[in-house]
Write a protein that binds this ligand. Structure first.
Ligand code: PLP
Length: 355
């Protein structure tokens, strides 16, 4: 959280403006600042990332198919379904756990309308190869960049990849607005549609043909974003310290798989995912998690199960993505936040290593 006094100062003029919601001055300023940070012509704020994703997917007529990853949070897959679209699950790359561009083309059919990859844990997708496939087939690419705010590749924000990117500003993210999210895009003509969609389909005083929810961000959320944006670099630097400490203490051990970065990519250190390979480590991921829990350390099976294993599906799609299924069995996200101290990381690692 930002310093308490800073937030109080930021919200003080809301008492002057009496504007609490509906794209007030704080909201407008945050959109402007995010356009600068992300380097996109358009940024539209929403009350959360999930609603933002649904707004992007509302561009497609119901019944279309969307090629996506099952190794993600529920939101990605459920947004597709809630928009009346059909997810077609594609396997992931074994190193970064992102959608495997080599496998997309086999899943494209006459009903395919879009590709929805996820920059999972802030790992950058193979966007050039994905763009090439999309262009060959006239498809739109919408990134779920929920985890990737602050991530750049060769100095360029990931928000500039694809047609539209969705960022989550949930309280658990490297940058947050308590709850919140945005769509970033270069085609400015989309802004009007997204602004109408988040306001019941109403744009200004005009009623449109859109059937939208109420997905507007309040001035208090936007004020939190304005404060947190000032501290983004220091927050990421603190997370990086914790990540380097984990790497030093857990690296080079048989059966423990760490992600050590991608060339040209500046990470936001949003998560610290570790894979425990039972055959080499001698213990399953669940056993490690239980030992950590017994010591009061909260690690998360993020993501398990695959979204294709959710009860809304018949379960057969899980077998079509064997790499994703294997990673979901082994993955554990260790505690990660700005200010996680070296002593705490040491205690976590010692608990893992003392089998
Ligand atoms: C991959 C992914 N997509 C979408 C979302 C939804 O974002 P929000 O919680 O802001 O609605 C999340 C949330 O954590 C996420 O992890």
């Amino acid at each position: 959280m930002p310093p308490f006094e800073e937030y109080i100062q930021e919200i003080a003029d809301i008492w002057e403006s009496r504007r609490l919601s509906n794209a007030g001055p704080k909201h407008q300023l945050l959109e402007e600042k995010l356009r600068e940070v992300l380097g996109t012509r358009g940024v539209t704020l929403f009350t959360n990332g999930h609603q933002a994703l649904e707004a992007a997917l509302s561009l497609f007529p119901p019944g279309g198919e969307v090629i996506t990853t099952p190794f993600t949070f529920a939101s990605t897959t459920l947004a597709i379904i809630r928009c009346g679209l059909i997810p077609r699950f594609c396997d992931i790359e074994p190193e970064n756990y992102t959608l495997d561009p080599e496998r997309i083309e086999d899943l494209i059919g006459p009903k395919t309308v879009a590709i929805l990859p996820v920059h999972v844990y802030g790992h950058v997708c193979g966007h050039k190869a994905i763009r090439a496939v999309a262009d060959r087939h006239g498809l739109r690419v919408i990134y779920d960049a929920a985890h990737a705010f602050g991530v750049t590749e060769n100095g360029v924000s990931v928000g500039q990849q694809g047609d539209i990117s969705m960022f989550s500003f949930h309280a658990t993210k490297a940058f947050h607005t308590i709850e919140g999210g945005c769509l970033a895009f270069q085609d400015e003509s989309l802004a009007r549609r997204f602004e109408a969609w988040r306001n019941f389909g109403i744009y200004g005083c005009e009623i449109s043909e859109l059937v939208g929810p109420n997905a507007k961000m309040s001035e208090f959320q936007a004020a939190m974003g304005l404060c947190n944006l000032r501290h983004l670099d220091e927050q990421i630097a603190l997370r990086k310290d914790a990540a380097l400490c984990y790497q030093e203490l857990l690296g080079g051990r048989q059966g423990i798989v760490l992600n050590v970065g991608q060339p040209g990519v500046t990470s936001n250190y949003a998560y610290y995912p570790v894979r425990f390979r039972e055959d080499e480590w001698g213990e399953s991921r669940d056993q490690v998690m239980e030992r950590l829990a017994a010591h009061g350390i909260g690690a998360r099976k993020y993501f398990y199960p695959l979204t294709s294993a959710f009860p809304i599906f018949d379960g057969t799609a899980v077998d079509e993505t064997p790499i994703a299924a294997g990673v979901a069995e082994e993955i554990l996200c260790l505690p990660m936040y700005a200010g996680l101290s070296r002593d705490e990381v040491t205690r976590i690692c010692e608990t893992i290593l003392k089998r």
